[in-house]
Design a binder for this molecule. Structure first.
Ligand SMILES: Cc1cc2nc3c(=O)[nH]c(=O)nc-3n(C[C@H](O)[C@H](O)[C@H](O)COP(=O)(O)O)c2cc1C
Length: 207
């Protein structure tokens, strides 16, 4: 599989006219190739002083408006995005010798969109979102489990769980999207879409 893509490479003429369509094609290929959690991506943010931080999150939707993930707005990433609403997303599809890197401005999703997604989550995950003050120190695991048990008693299975006000989605609006394909002799293909006033341009980068 890996060899097949490496031999074929990525050429300007193969590319879709827009990066979302191209992403969609590669995402489907990653799924077909059995990449474990192809929607897992490394999200990097930076604080007001430019100090970076990274973590994995799951992509929950993408279209021409951008790439969406859900998290706790009070987390470290949430705090960083509130002072510096810029992010990088990296999809590490190593079995295909591929990576995709999206860079762009970040906006919160609307509350309706957040609520619609929250309702699709398993009951336990809904309670987990309430139980966890994400990124804050906690005295012990027991404290977390105790909080969870209290929430379970308050909202038994089948009972609607409200969306936590401190929880929701972010959308990364791509300013550039790079598609990286491993090739022999380190002569890898790197094609990067860059947003302009009139649409997308594509440039090839040295590997
Ligand atoms: C495979 C995987 C998927 C994850 N998905 C999410 C996610 O979608 N949302 C989220 O808030 N955290 C997710 N996490 C946990 C984050 O990596 C991270 O620990 C958490 O969001 C706190 O990050 P922060 O303190 O930098 O804000 C995931 C972790 C892994 C390993």
């Amino acid at each position: 599989m890996r060899r097949h893509y490496a031999e074929e490479g990525l050429s300007e003429t193969d590319l879709s006219p827009d990066p979302v369509a191209q992403f969609s094609r590669w995402f489907a290929q990653a799924e077909r190739a059995g990449v474990l959690e192809p929607n897992a991506m490394v999200l990097s943010t930076a604080d007001a002083d430019g100090r970076p931080s990274s973590r994995t999150v799951l992509l929950k939707g993408f279209d021409e408006r951008g790439f969406v993930f859900f998290t706790n707005y009070g987390s470290r990433k949430g705090a960083e995005l509130s002072v510096n609403p810029q992010a990088s997303l990296l999809f590490p599809w190593y079995p295909l010798e591929r990576q995709v890197i999206v860079i762009g401005r970040v906006e919160r999703t609307g509350r309706d969109e957040t609520a619609a997604y929250f309702r699709t989550r398993p009951h336990g995950s809904q309670l987990g979102a309430w139980a966890s003050e994400q990124s804050s120190p906690v005295a012990s695991r027991e404290v977390l489990e105790q909080r969870f048990a209290e929430l379970e008693a308050r909202y038994p299975e089948g009972e609607g769980v409200p969306v936590p006000p401190f929880w929701g989605g972010y959308r990364v609006i791509p300013q550039s999207v790079e598609f990286w394909q491993g090739r022999p002799n380190r002569l890898h293909d790197r094609l990067r879409y860059v947003a302009t006033e009139s649409g997308w341009t594509v440039e090839r980068l040295c590997p």
